[in-house]
Design a protein around this ligand. Structure first.
Ligand code: MN
Length: 255
């Protein structure tokens, strides 16, 4: 039986994790090990200068889970290194409430958890929902969870590509309005960050990196293009960041 580690970067009590674990239980045996707090946009972390603690917790539907005070990638490392004594065939991370497209993948705890899986020799899948940044109230993760399950089932039956992270982004639409799945490349995010300088009560400055929610370049064949056109985006990512197009020309220079 396929043994699946489910984790996330929003914390063990996040509703997206529960929706994902629920669907993954239809695919195989599920173990949940996730951070005990929100690590969104924490990047790829390896905690080396303090000990890590793990405790058992109960999720709202009665599912038992492990919560760690480490980062998402720490949770994956702990599990793959044998914390629970189990072997894992697959790591699935999410469901993040906001999309992880383009350069987001370098910030994303959701995606870097899947990266850690691939480093550990296990296929890694990241799942994110493109919910509006200003969304109020409860998000519906149902459609995203079901698409994630179908995509994972296809990958398991076809065989996961080696050393590849599968980055899934789902548009925030009613399930019937989602047009299908598109295989995509990374697109381009447009960040609209702005430095906010404020003063504390003692007159000393402090800073927020604020600004408006990012947008992106809506181009066909990209992750951002797909979700904006109403498709679920599936992007194969690799950890090799070498700029192959530049390699040969740089090698011709006199060093
Ligand atoms: Mn998050």
């Amino acid at each position: 039986m396929t043994h699946i580690l489910v984790t996330n970067d929003d914390g063990v009590s996040a509703p997206g994790l529960l929706a994902l674990a629920f669907e993954m239980q239809k695919v195989g045996e599920v173990t949940v090990l996730a951070p005990d707090r929100n690590w969104s946009a924490s990047g790829h972390v390896k905690t080396m200068h303090r000990p890590l603690r793990v405790k058992e917790v109960q999720l709202v539907d009665g599912l038992s889970a492990y919560a760690s005070d480490g980062a998402p990638s720490d949770c994956v490392a702990l599990a793959l290194l044998g914390l629970t004594g189990e072997k894992f065939d697959l790591v699935v991370s999410g469901i993040n409430p906001n999309a992880n497209i383009g350069h987001d993948v370098t910030y994303s705890g959701t995606v870097t958890a899947a990266m850690e899986a691939v480093i550990g020799g296990v296929p890694g899948v990241a799942v994110s929902l493109d919910a509006p940044e200003n969304h109020l109230g409860v998000l519906d993760y149902g459609a995203a969870a079901r698409f994630a399950r179908k995509i994972v089932e296809t990958l398991l039956s076809q065989g996961f590509p080696e050393k590849t992270i599968i980055n899934i982004n789902v548009p925030y639409l009613p399930e019937g309005e989602i047009k299908g799945v598109q295989i995509t490349r990374q697109g381009l995010r447009l960040y609209r960050d702005r430095l906010d300088r404020r003063e504390d009560p003692r007159g000393r400055p402090y800073y927020w990196i604020g600004g408006d929610a990012p947008t992106g370049v809506q181009e066909d064949g990209t992750d951002f293009g797909a979700i904006k056109a109403g498709y679920v985006s599936v992007t194969p990512l690799r950890l090799d960041l070498t700029a192959y197009q530049v390699l040969e020309s740089l090698d011709l220079w006199e060093w």
